[in-house]
Design a protein around this ligand. Structure first.
Ligand code: IVH
Length: 678
């Protein structure tokens, strides 16, 4: 940088610093103190200004800038790092008697000492450790196996309740531990969006929090609205912390951490039990999930005195809540018809409160499930809700069974179109075979076809598809490509807003755009039973084009990796139908991709099966797998005698190495791999 520009940027640097400080302050007020000091627009305006300046003057951008909250950096792979202090777990129990035992043992061990306990929530999320030096966040690491975890610093910086710089007085070098949780409201919203996009929803907030921290794109993580609940602080020898756990948490709050207020100092077992009792019931009123209560000795000097067992400290214990269970009358059973014709029985229950929500329905899975539980008409069912969000039927409340109750008779005909149901040998589910005449199947197939992972025509939501169907414009997936502008304009009623000029244009543009969607996704979009995203990819890559796939014999289909006999049969059956042949011909004529587009054109790894393990320098795990496939090789998850190479990155597990040696599989490094393909 020459002198002129050095002088020139000084006011810019100052302005950037001021903006960053102000944004930090506003963030702190908003997330820690629930106070909005400016309007959202003003905040966004300042944030954008700082982002623009950082783009223009990257050398002046701070690694701890509030813009990092918005994310944008991409994690290639998560570096594995050693924890400075091992991340211990706690002894845990579901029994109050064992908590009494813990308390009695502690009293005995600390005979003659003045001490108290703290009771706090056991947050149900993902444990992470945050290292701060000179008041700045330097590293965030997941628990991993307790000694080594993943470096997730970039994603952690997007969590608004993790301070990037600390306030006031703080230790010069220390670590903070806590749990990253996914608050219910944000979790529900995210799952609804995932379903709308055709993605699998997360089973529970814990899994979702864990998945979010491992996202490659930190901007995606920023959207997840995760919450960090701080619960522990530690420092290397020579750095003084406060002498009580409560004092440390208070101190952390002053530094800018979000410390949940639900924590209590308890003198003995009665107060501990009262705290547990209270939260066992009140836990569903919290905005996030907890799975128990953690009890710790408050005076930290006594921790060393009490010491550790094999893997957990003696000065703390976790009480875990039992899954909540209620019994409620089964009022009726509805039978839902999916896009493949699969019937799902659903129990309509007398509404009952369970784990903070009103439960009215729960799946009964299939006919076998109902038979196994021997559910009868008029029964009351036990419903349970543990860590999962979705309530489960776990049994029949036999005390409420009436004498002479009749077992449930499973339906024999489709509730939607009246066709007789079929159940194939070896399958648990019943199907409606009337795929071309059964309304929910037709609409379901259209919805699947346009979903994100398939053709991604996002201007065609369920309401519009229903509209186009009832107007007689779209009866099957190929009809979508025959839609004309003049047919669309004005379509709709008060229920679904009428389609205007712009809406029609956007719709047609999205339909047109979908013609570039790669062949493997076209195969997935067809909605062939059992052919999921992975199966479709494997089929597309194996057969390379639709003509080969259409005429492939069942035995050959079954040879494709991840495609079993059942799927092979379904694929054959699908392409054998005359109607489907017409649909394929029409989709081809419309210009959809009907063959794989070769990216590299080389087949250097043709016929080879490679197992990938460990961490790589030039690729993320997904990237290296894609690279192998690009060169015509196959990726497999486990080593067998058929494996050509074990491609070993850093930190590969010793078992893999041993297995490769035992089976005589050659182990190659990333460098050797690159030499092979280049
Ligand atoms: S204290 C050395 N406090 O529960 C003690 N843990 O096995 C450190 N957890 O892995 C843990 N809420 O991830 C503590 N208020 C809380 C907690 C908590 C959740 C998690 C933590 C730990 C596990 C216990």
């Amino acid at each position: 940088m020459d002198l002129f520009s050095a002088i020139d940027t000084e006011p810019v640097r100052k302005h950037m610093e001021e903006l960053a400080a102000e944004l930090d302050r506003l963030n702190h007020e908003y997330y820690m103190n629930d106070r909005s000091m400016v309007s959202d627009e003003e905040f966004d305006h300042m944030m954008r200004e700082l982002q623009d300046l950082e783009r223009q003057y990257p050398e002046l951008a701070s690694p701890l800038s509030p813009t990092k909250r918005v994310g944008g950096e991409v994690n290639k792979s998560f570096r594995q790092v050693q924890h400075r202090f091992p991340m211990l777990s706690l002894g845990n129990t579901y029994s109050i008697e064992e908590i009494e035992g813990f308390e009695a043992r502690t009293r005995k061990l600390l005979d003659g000492e003045q001490f108290t306990y703290t009771c706090e929530l056991k947050y149900d999320g993902v444990a992470i450790g945050l290292t701060y030096r000179h008041g700045q966040l330097v590293q965030a690491v997941t628990r991993g196996n307790g000694s080594i975890g993943d470096d997730i610093t970039t994603n952690a910086k997007t969590i608004s309740t993790i301070p990037l710089r600390l306030h006031g007085d703080y230790p010069d070098d220390f670590e903070v531990r806590g749990e990253v949780v996914y608050p219910f409201e944000a979790f529900d919203a995210m799952n609804r969006q995932r379903e709308a996009d055709g993605n699998e929803p997360f089973a529970n907030p814990r899994n979702a929090a864990s998945g979010s921290l491992k996202l490659q794109d930190s901007a995606e993580c920023a959207k997840r609205k995760l919450l960090f609940c701080m619960y522990f602080m530690m420092a290397p020898d020579g750095i003084e912390l406060k002498p009580t756990h409560l004092g440390r948490l208070d101190w952390a709050r002053q530094m800018g951490f979000k410390v949940q207020p639900y924590i209590q100092e308890c003198k003995g077992i009665n107060e501990i039990k009262a705290f547990i009792d209270h939260w066992d019931k009140a836990r569903w009123e919290l905005p996030f999930g907890i799975d128990g209560i953690v009890i710790k000795v408050n005076q930290t000097a006594l921790w060393d005195k009490m010491g550790l067992t094999a893997k957990s400290p003696r000065w703390a214990i976790a009480y875990k809540f039992k899954a909540e269970r209620v019994s409620t009358p089964l009022e009726s059973i509805s039978y839902q018809v999916g896009r493949t014709g699969l019937i799902t029985p659903v129990a309509n229950l007398a509404p009952v409160w369970l784990g903070g929500t009103m439960v009215k329905r729960a799946t009964l899975v299939n006919a076998d499930f109902i038979a196994k539980m021997s559910i009868c008409k008029g029964d009351s069912l036990f419903i349970e809700k543990g860590g999962e969000i979705i309530p489960k039927v776990v049994g029949v409340d036999m005390e409420k069974r009436v004498v002479g109750a009749m077992p449930i008779k499973y339906i024999t005909h489709c509730p939607e179109c009246g066709t007789e149901l079929v159940r194939m040998d070896g399958e648990a589910g019943h199907y409606c075979p009337n795929s071309d005449g059964c309304h929910p199947q037709i609409i379901g197939r259209l919805e699947h076809f346009v979903s994100r992972k398939a053709m991604a025509i996002d201007t065609l939501g369920p309401e519009r598809l229903e509209l186009l169907y009832s107007a007689g414009l779209v009866r099957n997936i190929a009809d979508i490509y025959n839609l004309k502008r003049e047919q669309l304009i004005g379509l709709g009623t008060e229920v679904a807003a009428s389609i205007q000029d712009k809406g029609a244009d956007n719709m047609l543009a999205a339909i047109n755009g979908s013609k570039q969607v790669p062949f493997e996704r076209v195969v997935y979009a067809l909605g062939i039973r059992y052919v999921g995203e992975v199966g479709a990819k494997k089929l597309a890559r194996y057969f390379k084009n639709i003509d080969a796939l259409m005429v492939a014999p069942e035995e050959e289909l079954a040879q494709v990796e991840d495609v079993g006999e059942v799927t092979a049969h379904a694929v054959c059956e699908w392409f054998a139908k005359a109607d489907h042949k017409v649909i394929i011909a029409r989709l081809r004529a419309a210009g959809l991709q009907m063959e794989v587009r070769m990216l590299s054109g080389d087949n250097k790894l043709a016929g080879m099966t490679i197992v990938v393990s460990g961490v790589f320098e030039h690729f993320s795990r997904d990237e290296i797998k894609a690279d192998i496939e690009k060169h015509g090789g196959k990726v497999s998850g486990s080593i067998s005698s058929k494996t050509s190479y074990l491609l070993a990155g850093e930190k590969m597990g010793p078992e893999k190495q041993k297995k490769a040696e035992r089976l005589g599989v050659k182990v190659i490094s990333e460098k050797e791999y690159l030499a092979m393909v280049q």
